[in-house]
Design a binder for this molecule. Structure first.
Ligand SMILES: [Zn+2]
Length: 249
């Protein structure tokens, strides 16, 4: 029993953005798909609701069939280093690249296409959660114990869900809020970013993310990080759209 509890605990510690975060990213991506991508995705899913499928890759962690996918949700960039591949820990970058190629090639059967597609949608989102690009020392902030208002938690969870949930928006409201006033130039830049750019940005903002003082996080931490968090969600959505638009040309 104890082992089961430990297993459940460790699985839950490794989730990516919480449900709302993935849905916000999915919604933003969906609104920025090219007509070609829109059509191809409708054929695959029967709809283009990326918010709806964005959390599937976390849900299947409970299915032993997908045990091998547990390290697809993050990558590691050691302090003072550039990204050096999966050896440092986590295969998120490799999987996005590999799955993108597979979908472009167009030889997968329907079920495999669907699985690979759902992983891309999820992993691209995860890579925008700054603590999914870990430093290799604290399991993406899971070992950094903090309090969030009165709750005992850890820094990873604060970024996965607690800060987002604090805003009290539904995911559709949040997707809309985050895109308010966005200019065409800014959109075009985001639609042309490549995967290493967004991995490096997630990692480069760690100094601010880890600025936690005495570890009692509440209003002040939100005040300092809200904009940054919303920027990661926005870019997650646009970068996901860019990858899908590139696959389905
Ligand atoms: Zn994840």
């Amino acid at each position: 029993m104890r082992h089961i509890i430990m297993l459940l605990l460790s699985a839950s510690l490794l989730l990516g953005w919480g449900k709302t975060g993935h849905r916000v990213i999915g919604k933003i991506a969906e609104e920025n798909l090219s007509p070609e991508a829109n059509e191809a995705i409708t054929q695959l899913l029967g709809h283009t609701d990326l918010g709806r499928i964005g959390n599937w890759a976390d849900e299947v962690k409970s299915d032993p069939q997908w045990d091998h996918s547990h390290d697809w949700h993050y990558c590691t960039v050691l302090e003072g280093h550039d990204y050096e591949g999966p050896e440092a820990g986590g295969r998120a970058v490799q999987k996005v690249i590999e799955f993108t190629k597979l979908l472009k090639k167009g030889t997968l059967g329907k079920q495999d296409q669907l699985d690979v597609f759902r992983f891309i949608v999820h992993i691209v989102g995860d890579l925008h959660q700054p603590l999914h690009v870990g430093n290799g020392t604290d399991r993406g902030g899971n070992d950094v114990k903090v309090t969030w208002f009165r709750d005992q938690t850890n820094l990873h969870r604060v970024w996965d869900s607690q800060m987002i949930d604090h805003m009290q928006y539904s995911y559709t409201e949040y997707a809309q809020q985050i895109q308010l006033g966005l200019g065409e130039v800014e959109k075009t830049v985001m639609l042309n970013a490549d995967i290493m750019q967004f991995v490096n940005t997630s990692r480069s903002i760690h100094p601010q993310v880890y600025e936690i003082g005495d570890g009692k996080l509440s209003w002040k931490y939100i005040y300092k990080n809200r904009e940054l968090m919303e920027d990661r969600l926005l870019k997650g959505g646009f970068h996901l759209a860019a990858i899908l638009n590139d696959i389905y040309q």
